[in-house]
Design a protein around this ligand. Sequence first.
Ligand code: MN
Length: 257
Amino acid sequence: MTTATQNRPLIMVTNDDGVLSLGLQQLADALAELGEVVIVAPDRERSAAGHSMTLDKPVRADRIRSNCFAVDGTPTDCVNLGVHGLLPRQPDLLVSGINKGSNLADDITYSGTVAAAMEAMLMQVPALAVSLDLVGLVDVPDFSYACRYARHFSQQILLNGLPSDTFLNMNIPQGCPKGVRLTRQGKRVYDNKIEVKRDPRGRDYYWLGGNQLGFVRQTECDCGAIADGYVSVTPLHLDLTNYQSVKQLSNWDLCLL
Ligand code: MN
C-alpha cells in the first residue's frame, strides 16, 4: 500500500432506504473522489426505523461486492457493525443518505437516516445526514445537486472537523438550490389522521403517518429554508433536555410524603 493510499480518508456510507437505493449509490460515487468509500447499509428499506437497534436476533452482513455490505438490520445496526466489525479502522466520516424525502423538524426523531448519523456521532465519528426534499410521488429523483452538496460538506468536515457532540442534518430542496442556510430544527404541523381500511377477509387495518399540513414559521428554521429553495444544514446533538422547563419543574414538590 502506498503512502497516498494510506492517507486517503475512510468514508462509511449508509442509509435507511436500503442498499439498492439510487440515492445511496450516487452518494457513494460522489464521495469516492474524497476517499475510500465503504457501504454498510440495510438490505431493504428501513425508513422510519428511528434509532432502533436489533438486540433479539443475530444480525448478518452479506458482502455483495467490493466495499459494499448488505445488512439485515436497522441503520443503527449498520453503523455499529461497520465501525466495530466490518471496516478496517474507525472511519474518518460517516455519511447517511441520500434519503428519498426530507428529514426536517420533528420528523428527524423518526428518521433512520438521521439516527445513523447520530449513532456515528456517539462513536466519535464525524457524521452527516443527507436528505432530498420530494414533493409528490417521484419515481426517479434527481440526486445530482444533493450529491454535489453532500460532497462539498463532506470535504468541509474532513478539513475542519465538527464541534464536539455535533453532527449535521442536511436537506436539499428540489431543483437547483439558491444557496445554503445554517438552520435550527423547526416544528411540523401534522393532521395525525389514521386511515382505516378493510382487508379482503373483512378485518380492519390501519395506515399510520398522517399528512404533513405545513410547518410553523420560525426564524432560520429548516422547513423555512427548504420552502424558500435553500439547502438547510442543521447542527444537531442528542441532548433533548428542555433547559427552560427545569426552572418551572423545580417549583413542584418533588419528594414523597
Ligand atoms: Mn428513507
